[in-house]
Design a protein around this ligand. Structure first.
Ligand code: G6P
Length: 616
């Protein structure tokens, strides 16, 4: 959360700063700003709201200059005001900074700096850091031949508790940017006679595909033709340049109204990509190139811990169900934010797996570090190649779902669930799953993209249903077994993008509380599959109907319902139990999406949310 872009080179910085910010807007969109360094000092523009507001301001008052920094904010310290928007300038006017993260000890810093005569014009933690940098700069005019700019930033960072990705300008060093990270992602993009700093590679899409990933505790001095990386302890770092692939067209909206809609409809492709090359030659199991753990070791695993946040946590819940059912290995699912502080006892044969679309979620990253610190092998399922989580785990599986821009996760979720199913199959086949069951499982997986397309083909029908329910302010999402996580995910989707109160619950558990909400004002959406508990779920539906609750049912097409029981029925293809959660996710996503559209909500940028949460 919060996006950072820096540019130094031969061209007009503001063009690239704005372009990069637009691509990073998914990281936060409370305000946006940029500072460009000119021979006359800083030109600063800051606007609350979207990057487009900043772009309009820059258009009407151009900011020429060849070096600059910019920021799109997700507010932590201080309200959404222009004064709190980044960049922040030190009170002596020497430094400008943009920051992603949280300076936990900023209050102490601020008190110290106030005593030293520095002044503050915002409520942010960031302003304390930029003034601390200015303080070190003023304190040590000589630096034994070292770059005084770099040294001031480095020394200030030694006092920081918390997390940061920063890009800093210094008035006395007009051709340089200093960037540093701890806990918040930052990369250097290497161009021809120009270099960029960015929170992630999408911001570089127009300029370069050569990047250096900064690691925690590293600091870079970047000019138009050079870059040098050191640690905050002043040790030189040998950098590795990575070549990344970014398909610009993947970032285009095309004919879709929203990225969320585009990404929902991209799911057949995303699912296909998640499976490509990942089945054994005899099509009876999955195979993964990057697990870095051999089958013998995997057979020793007697417990799996799955950790994630948000939608990815729901993917963990489905994966738990699948691994326990098909591989018979006990699985525990933890919120990453809880695990990292809970100090839960882990058996030595536990495999830890984290799931994260972005690969940058700070709580998930902290959970993986905690597990590694304790000596556990940690695997990841992640979408973003080269992300911090991907680089820090022992092995894992890339989703290859393509960039997900909409804040509400859709294609990343179903691809995580599908990969979870493939892992269940792989582990199952290392244990007791028979060859023929493996073959049937693989066949089912391979059918998933087509079955998802079938559901997407009834989107008009789902849209029509959504219109009838768009005015409700409360919703229950109910499902049992492998449908329970999808009920949770459905409720989350609706909450996130429509601001409708929604709760996901196990259908049978409803009568222990949520049934009190049921009335003609609170519809219930049931996720129903055939099988042994079908009749039990029917009873749960009856209980809602008896209390005048409207009922929408998403059900396998082989399920039959008594007349009058269901108000709106969305049929999905019957399929192997392992892929039901993926198939059932599609109408849930579409329903939430269309309800949000009907309510006039900003679907891709829901209020208060950000796609990549890099603060605790
Ligand atoms: C944020 C996003 C969610 C996402 C969660 C975890 O809350 O708004 O859509 O599920 O972070 O993100 P990750 O990138 O770790 O999957």
């Amino acid at each position: 959360m919060c996006g950072i872009v820096g540019y130094v080179g031969a061209h007009n910085a503001s063009d690239y700063l704005l372009d990069g910010l637009k691509r990073l807007e998914y990281r936060g969109y409370d305000s946006a700003g940029m500072a460009v360094l000119t021979p006359d000092g800083y030109r600063l523009a800051r606007k609350t709201g979207r990057v487009s507001n900043l772009a309009t301001a820059v258009q009407s008052a151009p900011m020429p200059g060849r070096v600059g920094i910019s920021h799109t904010r997700w507010a932590t310290h201080g309200g959404v005001t222009e004064a709190n928007a980044h960049p922040h300038i030190s009170s002596d006017g020497v430094f400008a900074i943009v920051h992603n993260g949280v300076i936990e000890n900023y209050a102490n810093m601020k008190n110290f700096l106030l005593q030293k005569g520095y002044t503050f014009s915002s409520q942010t933690d960031t302003e304390a850091l930029v003034n601390l940098i200015a303080y070190h700069y003023a304190k040590e005019p000589e630096n034994n031949g070292k770059n005084r700019f770099v040294e001031s930033v480095r020394k200030a960072l030694l006092h920081v508790q918390g997390t940061y990705g920063i890009a800093v300008l210094c008035k006395d060093h007009p051709g340089e940017i200093v960037a540093a990270r701890k806990g918040s992602p930052l990369i250097i993009g290497l161009g021809d006679n120009e270099n960029l700093i960015a929170s992630d590679a999408s911001a570089l899409a127009l300029k370069t595909s050569r990047v250096i990933y900064l690691k925690d505790g590293e600091l870079a001095l970047v000019s138009d033709r050079s870059h040098r990386v050191i640690t905050t302890d002043d040790e030189t770092v040998q950098t590795v340049v990575h070549q990344i692939e970014i398909g610009l067209e993947e970032y285009e909206l095309g004919d879709f109204r929203h990225y969320m809609e585009k990404e929902i409809f991209e799911q057949p492709t995303a699912l296909h990509n998640a499976m490509r090359g990942r089945f054994s030659d005899d099509s009876s199991t999955a195979r993964f190139g990057g697990l870095n753990i051999d089958p013998h070791e995997l057979r020793q695993i007697d417990r799996i811990l799955l950790c994630a946040c948000g939608t990815a946590w729901h993917a963990c819940l489905v994966t738990e169900y699948l691994i326990e059912k098909y591989a018979r290995i006990p699985v525990e699912v933890e919120y990453a934010s809880e695990f990292r502080y809970r100090n839960s006892p882990l058996d030595k044969n536990t495999l830890v797996v984290v799931i994260s679309q972005s690969g940058e979620t700070i709580d998930t990253l902290a959970a993986l570090r905690e597990a590694k610190r304790k000596g556990f092998k940690v695997m990841a399922i992640t979408n973003v190649v080269g992300s911090t989580i991907a680089r820090e785990v022992d092995g894992g599986v890339y989703q290859h779902a393509g960039p997900e821009i909409g804040v509400a996760s859709t294609k990343a979720f179903t691809s995580q669930v599908l990969i979870g199913a493939m892992i269940a199959l792989y582990l199952g086949r290392l244990r007791d799953m028979s060859y023929s069951d493996g073959v049937a499982f693989v066949e089912a997986l391979k059918m998933t993209p087509d079955l998802v397309s079938e559901v997407l083909n009834i989107s008009d029908k789902i849209h029509a249903i959504a219109k009838n329910y768009a005015h409700y302010e409360d919703f229950l999402f109910l499902g049992r077994q492998n449908m329970f996580p999808i009920a949770l995910e459905g409720a989350l989707k609706l909450k996130e993008i429509s601001y409708v109160h929604a709760e996901g619950y196990p259908a049978a558990e409803m009568k222990h509380g949520p049934i009190a909400l049921v009335s003609e004002k609170c519809p219930s959406l049931f996720l129903v599959t055939d099988g042994e508990i079908f009749s039990k779920t029917l009873s749960n539906i009856q209980e809602v109907k008896a209390r005048k609750g409207k009922v929408i049912v998403i059900a396998s097409d082989c399920c039959e319902f008594p007349d009058g029981l269901v108000d709106d029925l969305i049929q999905i293809p019957s399929c192997h139990d392992a892929i039901q959660p993926v198939i059932a996710s599609i109408p849930v996503q579409l329903l939430s999406y269309y309800i949000a559209v009907e309510r006039g909500c900003d679907v891709d940028k829901p209020r208060n949310l950000a796609k990549s949460v890099t603060v605790e």
